[in-house]
Design a protein around this ligand. Structure first.
Ligand SMILES: *Cc1c(COP(=O)(O)O)cnc(C)c1O
Length: 497
């Protein structure tokens, strides 16, 4: 049986994979979910022998069954090529008593490349398949990494415009420079006077506004999303958990079939949800560690069953997880509530109106049976960077350090080997990483610490870092949160002239 996709909030329409990818988010504000998670039919033994691209083909096929074999292969070959700086695409390093799954070898040196290098191919294929005549406008809110990865992925793709909103002052200097030096005729970057949640909520509201959708449609445009609310973002992320597991087996950490524990620095809950999907497909996973920074909404939710966003967003040294509204959590609550769309609608109406909701105890117990939350303070994050370096001469970024802290905290509670999602290169957060090692770097700008990172990490300076050093600022738009819609209108109107 082919899977279909429908909204977590009860819209009964069943979409094909390509329709769900094109649409991004459902009209009722819900997220698309497959009606079942396919079990992998090939044995782990067989899968373990495959290259990254072959593995991706096996895992993605059932999720995008309306793509021909040839179309799927073109998507995968186009995505996972030389723009990654290692031929394995991802690799796993043992350090500090854990296994770090390096997901940052793509063009923007954060894990968002793993999905955003393939999403444009998905989108173009889906668009042809559904005979879409409109141009597609990819609307994206970013906490720092999605924006650049989407800009790079969609740059100069025919029939697509990309508009990225990022929180002014809420991203690292390298992240900001990566975006504002973006080239490409179809790329648009806007700094908003607000935080990431403002940007994300603004984008979701624009998606959910039927009148505005119609206005744009009259002008020949339709929206889609490059955020992890798009199912086409989520699915490619399943692949690397299998790849990481097989790396661990090859390194002798586990025998094929033995369980591992997966630990993920979490913001929008997309990456860790992909790990959960991997488990449902057949990857042996005993437990998921959900690591937060001081914005510990998810930690509190996993402890109490209450999701409460009524708190100030704290700007930390791990800005990509400075998030209070963790979108993809909705998908797992939906699964754990046995797909009770009415309950989800109730929860998310409460979230909109009061900023909080509590799940039923049965749902809470299902979370607690498989997920453990831990949060790291800024000090603990810095200590984690230093600890891994001192122990193993291995340099991790701040987000990965948040995850390492979670692993280290719960180390004694399990004998199972741990795979940590290493989500960004230390080059991206040079100031925070260098000052965790030596205090004297505390006040020094990211770009003045590149040499320091190079020495400590022993890794070449990535191409994107060289480019931001030399790049010209080409994007300088700013707007208030209340003006996001009119800013989009202006951008699209100016194009047509
Ligand atoms: C986006 C991001 C995360 C969080 O991933 P989610 O899927 O939003 O939970 C963690 N680390 C880095 C470096 C990121 O860019």
């Amino acid at each position: 049986m082919n899977i279909s996709y429908s909204s977590t909030r009860g819209d009964q329409k069943k979409l094909t994979p390509s329709e769900a990818i094109l649409k991004g988010i459902a009209d009722d504000g819900g997220l698309y979910m497959p009606d079942s998670i396919p079990k992998i039919e090939t044995s782990l033994e067989e899968l373990s022998k495959l290259s990254y691209r072959e593995l991706a083909t096996e895992i993605l096929r059932p999720f995008v069954w309306d793509f021909t074999e040839e179309e799927l292969r073109r998507c995968i070959d186009g995505a996972y090529d030389e723009k990654f700086d290692i031929k394995e695409i991802v690799r796993t390093k043992q350090a500090g008593g854990a296994y770090f799954l390096e997901l940052f070898h793509g063009p923007t040196i954060a894990f968002k490349d793993m999905a955003l290098s393939i999403l444009p191919y998905f989108m173009v294929t889906a668009s042809k398949k559904n005979r879409v005549d409109n141009d597609i406008v990819i609307l994206t809110a970013t906490s720092g990494d999605t924006g650049k990865a989407a800009l790079e992925g969609f740059k100069d793709v025919e029939g697509i415009q990309v508009i990225v909103f990022y929180p002014k002052g809420g991203v690292s200097r390298v992240q900001e420079l990566q975006m504002v030096t973006q080239t490409g005729d179809n790329t648009h970057v806007v700094a908003i006077h607000g935080n990431f949640d403002d940007a994300q909520t603004g984008v979701k509201n624009i998606f959910a506004d039927p009148a505005y959708r119609q206005t744009l449609s009259d002008k020949g445009y339709q929206f889609s999303s490059a955020n992890s609310i798009n199912i086409g973002r989520l699915i490619p992320q399943i692949v690397y958990y299998f790849a990481g597991y097989f790396d661990m087996v090859r390194q002798g950490a586990a025998k094929l079939g033995d369980p591992i524990q997966i630990c993920v620095p979490t913001g929008n809950f997309g990456n860790i949800l992909a790990a959960y999907f991997a488990k449902e497909m057949g990857l042996p996973v005993s437990r998921f560690l959900c690591a937060s920074n001081e914005n510990k909404v998810l930690f509190d939710f996993l402890s109490s069953g209450e999701y409460d966003k009524n708190r100030e967003l704290i700007l930390t040294g791990s800005p990509s997880i400075d998030i209070l509204i963790s979108s993809n959590l909705e998908r797992l609550i939906y699964l754990f509530a046995d797909r009770d769309a009415e309950a989800i609608t109730r929860y998310y109406t409460a979230l909109r109106e009061n900023g909080r909701f509590s799940v039923d105890s049965a749902v809470k117990e299902r979370f607690q049976a498989q997920f453990r939350g831990v949060f790291a303070t800024e000090e603990e994050t810095a200590k984690a960077i230093k600890k891994v370096y001192d122990e193993s001469r291995y340099l991790i970024d701040t987000h990965t350090a948040v995850a390492y802290h979670a692993f280290d905290t719960l180390r004694d509670t399990s004998d199972v080997p741990t795979l940590i999602a290493s989500t960004a290169s230390p080059y991206k957060f040079a100031n925070k990483v260098a000052s965790a090692l030596e205090e004297r770097y505390a006040g020094v700008e990211d770009l003045d610490l590149i040499e320091v990172i190079r020495e400590y990490s022993g890794q070449d300076v990535p191409k994107t870092v060289q480019e931001v050093r030399e790049g010209r600022i080409t994007q300088d738009k700013e707007c208030d949160v209340s003006d996001m819609q009119s800013t989009i209108t202006d951008i699209l109107t100016n194009l047509k002239q």
